[in-house]
Design a binder for this molecule. Structure first.
Ligand SMILES: Cc1ncc(COP(=O)(O)O)c(C=O)c1O
Length: 414
């Protein structure tokens, strides 16, 4: 038999050009003694391990074991869907459990939505920069990215209006709360305008909200889905029957990512369609994980835990900001996010953050994510993302000190 290479066997849709930089970064951050501000990951020391242990014991003891260890319904475990429906209600989104599909994390939600909504060449409006995991997931389905601007007040409605008027688009992807990578939040006035425009042009919005609960200052803002529901009004038995927004969230940042549990909120019709497609992908999300998450989250524990995380992460954010303020040179700028996990830093235009990372990691033992892969069409080299949730306060102190040395040296005026 003749041995053959794999390359020519790969399906056309998977042959888009990948950025090897990401894998190189992940390798770098694994090195011993590295202080990493690279990952978008929660602090392991805040995982509610004791509560999870008790919940797991209950799930295995209380006559729930047969359910937890058996195949389950594709749409998810009803008590968990009910708990999520109540949470969505408290955020102003009218919904029932028929509007909720449990997924294996928001990353699966994105993949399913790409599969269901995107044909090759379909226009997808995204911010520049935006979440890399979405860009890669939808490239497989042939998304043609059309970029719009954002500033410190979030998505720019003028830029969106221009994009909507210039070329046909299938959908708009936004992270209105504490965006990944920029940490920026879209103001309430802009949210209202964006929702109105999208509706007017008949282009749906995918609202990705993994970070909304992690707010450290200011007031919670209504989700785009809640504002859209006000415009849509009720529709018979489906409170989201006329919704133009699809909302995603996850327990990854508020409990822990290892469970791999997220959810999609949408019209009941779309949820049924997505459920069929999810059946093909993985039958259902782990029943065991869903039951444990429900037992952990119920009776107000999730809210209590979120209050605790807000306090802990606020301290880390403030510490990182204070150190940067003290140590970074004046020709570098950064933002002050009101929540989430990231700061966004701009170096002078002649400094390449990707090249600098190699030096920072190899010679100084500190890592971050260069901004370039977050721009759908590339081109920007002088930005970087810093995560402040993962490293301990001691590591943040030492890491920013190391990073500041690298940055000061690279950013000396020529
Ligand atoms: C904007 C955004 N969407 C989706 C995800 C994926 O989350 P999950 O762990 O639920 O798959 C992330 C993870 O960092 C994210 O930042």
């Amino acid at each position: 038999m003749t041995a053959t290479g794999w390359t020519e066997r790969y399906a056309e849709r998977t042959r888009y050009e990948r950025d090897p930089a990401i894998w190189e970064i992940l390798q770098l951050t694994q090195k011993p003694n590295m202080i990493s501000f690279a990952g978008g990951i929660p602090a392991a020391e805040f995982f509610p391990t004791e509560r999870i242990r008790e919940a797991t014991e209950r799930v295995l003891a209380d006559g729930l074991a047969t359910k937890a260890l058996q195949y389950g319904p594709t749409e998810g475990y009803d008590p968990l869907r009910q708990l999520i429906a109540e949470q969505m209600h408290s955020m102003g989104v009218p919904c029932t459990i028929d509007n909720i599909l449990i997924t294996s994390g928001s990353q699966q939600s994105l993949d399913l939505l790409g599969k269901v909504l995107i044909d090759p060449g379909d226009g997808v409006i995204v911010e520049d920069p935006t979440y890399l995991g979405m860009l890669d997931a939808w490239r497989v389905y042939g998304a043609a990215y059309c970029v719009i601007e954002a500033d410190e007040y979030g998505t720019d409605p003028y830029s969106l209006q221009h994009a909507l008027a210039s070329a046909p688009a299938k959908l708009i992807y936004l992270v209105p709360n504490f965006n990944n990578p920029t940490g920026v939040t879209t103001t309430e006035a802009r949210r209202a305008e964006i929702v109105r425009m999208a509706r007017q042009h008949g282009v749906c919005i995918i609202e990705d909200d993994p970070y909304g609960k992690l707010r450290y200052e200011g007031d919670d803002l209504p989700p785009l889905m809640a504002l859209d529901a006000e415009l849509a009004g009720p529709n018979g038995s489906d409170p989201l029957g006329h919704s133009n927004v699809i909302y995603l969230s996850t327990f990854s940042k508020t409990l822990c990512p290892g469970f791999r549990i997220g959810w999609i909120v949408a019209s009941a019709e779309l949820i049924r369609y997505l459920t069929d497609l999810k059946l093909n992908a993985d039958l259902h999300t782990s029943t065991f994980a869903q039951l444990v998450v429900y037992e952990v989250a119920k009776d107000g524990f999730l809210q209590e835990h979120i209050t605790y995380l807000r306090q802990q992460y606020r301290e880390r954010r403030d510490l990182m900001l204070a150190l940067i303020e003290e140590m970074f040179p004046p020709n570098v700028t950064w933002n002050r996010p009101e929540g989430g996990l990231f700061l966004w830093v701009k170096l002078p235009e002649n400094v390449d953050a990707g090249r600098l990372l190699r030096h920072a990691a190899d010679d100084h033992g500190v890592a971050y994510v260069p901004g370039r892969p977050f721009y759908p069409h590339g081109g920007v080299h002088n930005t970087l993302r810093l995560n402040f949730s993962y490293a301990s306060p001691e590591k943040i102190e030492e890491g920013v000190k190391r990073l500041a040395e690298v940055v000061r040296h690279a950013c000396e005026p020529v």
